[in-house]
Design a protein around this ligand. Structure first.
Ligand code: 6IA
Length: 144
């Protein structure tokens, strides 16, 4: 199972510590192609490669991935773009959202029938959500 993990970078790095923890949990379910999203070195602006290189490489990884998992509490244009692309390509897509932050999730994500949105608060919630999602995704790919 190849997993593309998406989380805000230029949208804001406030949830960065959570991304690290989520990537760690995701490793139990498969190979995470985008571990850098939870990389300490990656500041809001400090990064290597041109925008086009980043865009093209990320889309190549997304195409290779079996599933997309996104943390969507901090709004990010890039994450929204990745979600829309994964849905368009028919890839199982899970969006993780923390309601306790007091934000409302974009209707374009919350209202998309191609996206599974799950509210969570802690690692225990996440474990149940991820188990159910990957179980369903594995079954789906087995049926193809
Ligand atoms: O609009 P945002 O920057 O918040 O979009 C974040 C999303 O776009 C993430 O899920 C990433 O997959 C992707 N993304 C944005 N910037 C980068 C990036 N910068 N590298 C990889 N993916 C990115 C350079 C990082 C590199 C030096 C390790």
């Amino acid at each position: 199972m190849k997993i593309y993990f998406a989380g805000s970078i230029r949208g804001g790095r406030n949830d960065f510590a959570r991304y690290v923890a989520i990537v760690e949990q995701l490793r139990e379910f498969g190979e995470v192609l985008t571990e850098h999203v939870g990389d300490v070195e990656l500041s809001e602006i400090g990064e290597s490669g041109t925008n086009q290189e980043i865009h093209d490489r990320d889309l190549a990884w997304l195409r290779e991935a079996d599933t997309l998992v996104a943390e969507v509490t901090t709004p990010s244009l890039g994450v929204g773009y990745e979600i829309a692309t994964a849905v368009g390509w028919g890839k199982p897509t899970l969006c993780l959202f923390r309601q306790s932050e007091g934000r409302a999730l974009s209707a374009m994500i919350a209202g998309s029938s191609g996206v599974m949105v799950r509210n969570y608060e802690n690692a225990a919630d996440l474990n149940d959500i991820l188990s159910a999602f990957f179980h369903a995704s594995a079954k789906r790919s087995g049926q193809r």
